[in-house]
Design a protein around this ligand. Structure first.
Ligand SMILES: [Zn+2]
Length: 436
């Protein structure tokens, strides 16, 4: 826990309300008073851009934002000083390809969405970019949650949405109209699935219309040819790995020239191969912290009949190969200097665990050959940049104080990302996450 010395009265700021179920401690509704300054001192700072970590640094937070950060930042008189000696602070993680979906029908939609956003936050993911909603009602609820987050104190991850992923359209006009409809419904971006059912002309119209309306477009792809097809039509984000063969220089050149982000979603493919038997991680306490949300699906995936189906499905072998190929391409693209953004596809179908799988994704990226620093940048500064979320993702003056405080240094071992001391969103501490 923190050692806190308070020189000014900050009301009941530090009063924690323990919520049941998720094992997530939350702050009372009261935010720090306007103008109050919090100084996090003595801490290792990982900025999210990739600069060497600052040792024994100071971060000043006021009105939900970072006002200063660095090795020699003076603490102003009257600040609330929090000694974080020995700890590491990095920006809260951004999942550039999440799905904030209502998967539980036994509770009101909004409650389910909010608990999923809280779950993300409890695992250190403070922003979820939802690339695909199930339907309009769900999309509208997510849009409402997004609008609310700029108005008040937050006890959950921020959310942004693309509306449903666009696919299966018949004409160029329909492509433009569909984009218009989603933009009119106030989505933040457009997502599309590349499939043989739609023509390149239709994708061109879709992307052009989105750009005309000021929206970026993320594309679901599987093959190198699909990635190239949408890149030639000016897509802004590649939302999955290229998984059929090695990426080539032409793809690398285009991604770099147009500064297009590439989101590997390795755990998406993991979720299609790992449930042939009961995975060991089901037993991990760190995984089980999410059981209030995960429980139903864990039961389904633990069923021997279901596991046999995975083993017998020829598609499982295909995806095993695809995952290997995607892992290899991640390293090739990262080495070539392409911007990698962390994303998981979590929150959709069975076995894609919001929160836990972002942690696993980070571990898989490092296993693929990225350094821990590269993985961290992909989940913070780079994810923010390619998602055009300028207010989050880095520790710098003016940015939202969305912070992940760790008890151990993730640059030494990426699994230290699991050593979560606390998570902050907009300058408010959500509380220790080890309270289950
Ligand atoms: Zn997805």
């Amino acid at each position: 826990m923190f050692r806190i010395s308070t020189r000014i009265v900050v009301g009941c700021l530090w009063a924690l309300v323990l919520t049941g179920g998720l094992g997530v401690a939350r702050l009372a509704a009261q935010a720090p008073p306007d103008g109050a300054v919090i100084a996090l001192t003595g801490v290792r700072i990982i900025d999210g851009i990739g600069k060497p970590a600052v040792e024994r640094g100071t971060i000043l937070v006021s009105n939900g934002r970072i006002t200063a950060a660095g090795a020699s930042v003076p603490v102003p008189a009257g600040a609330t000083r929090i000694d974080l000696a020995g700890k590491t602070v990095m920006p809260g993680m951004i999942n550039a390809h999440a799905h904030v979906q209502n998967q539980t029908k036994t509770m009101p939609m909004r409650d389910d969405l909010v608990r999923r956003l809280r779950l993300y936050a409890s695992y250190g993911v403070t922003t979820a970019v939802s690339l695909g909603q199930v339907d309009t009602a769900e999309q509208m609820e997510v849009v409402r949650l997004r609008d609310e987050q700029d108005r008040g104190a937050l006890d959950r991850a921020r959310v942004y949405t693309s509306g449903p992923s666009i696919r299966g359209l018949k004409t160029v006009e329909e492509a433009r109209q569909t984009v218009d409809r989603y933009v009119d419904q106030k989505v933040d971006r457009i997502k599309t699935h590349v499939t043989p059912q739609m023509t390149p002309d239709q994708y061109a119209a879709l992307i052009d219309q989105a750009h005309t309306r000021g929206m970026r477009v993320a594309a679901h792809i599987f093959t190198l040819d699909e990635a190239k097809m949408v890149l030639e039509r000016n897509v802004d984000l590649i939302a999955h790995s290229v998984r059929d063969r090695d990426v080539d220089q032409a793809l690398i050149d285009t991604l770099k020239r147009r500064d297009v982000g590439y989101i590997p979603t390795l755990t998406r493919d993991l979720s299609l191969v790992v449930y042939q038997s009961t995975p060991a991680f089901f037993k991990e306490p760190f995984f089980q912290r999410g059981m209030a949300v995960y429980g139903e699906q864990v039961k389904v995936l633990s069923d021997p009949g279901r596991q046999a189906k995975f083993r017998q499905d020829p598609q499982t072998k295909v995806i095993e190969k695809a995952l290997e190929q995607g892992t290899r391409n991640l390293k090739l693209l990262s080495d070539a200097g392409v911007t990698i953004a962390m994303g998981t596809d979590s929150g959709t179908d069975e076995g894609r665990w919001p929160g836990y799988f972002e942690q696993v994704e980070m571990e898989m990226m490092v296993k693929a050959g990225l350094t821990p620093m590269q993985a961290i940048v992909s989940a913070t500064g780079a994810a923010a940049r390619v998602s055009k979320l300028d207010h989050v993702g880095t520790i710098a003056p003016g940015k939202a104080a969305d912070l992940l405080v760790l008890d151990a240094n993730p640059l030494q071992d990426i699994r230290n990302l699991r050593q979560i001391n606390s998570v902050w969103i907009g300058g408010r501490r959500l509380g220790t996450t080890g309270t289950n």
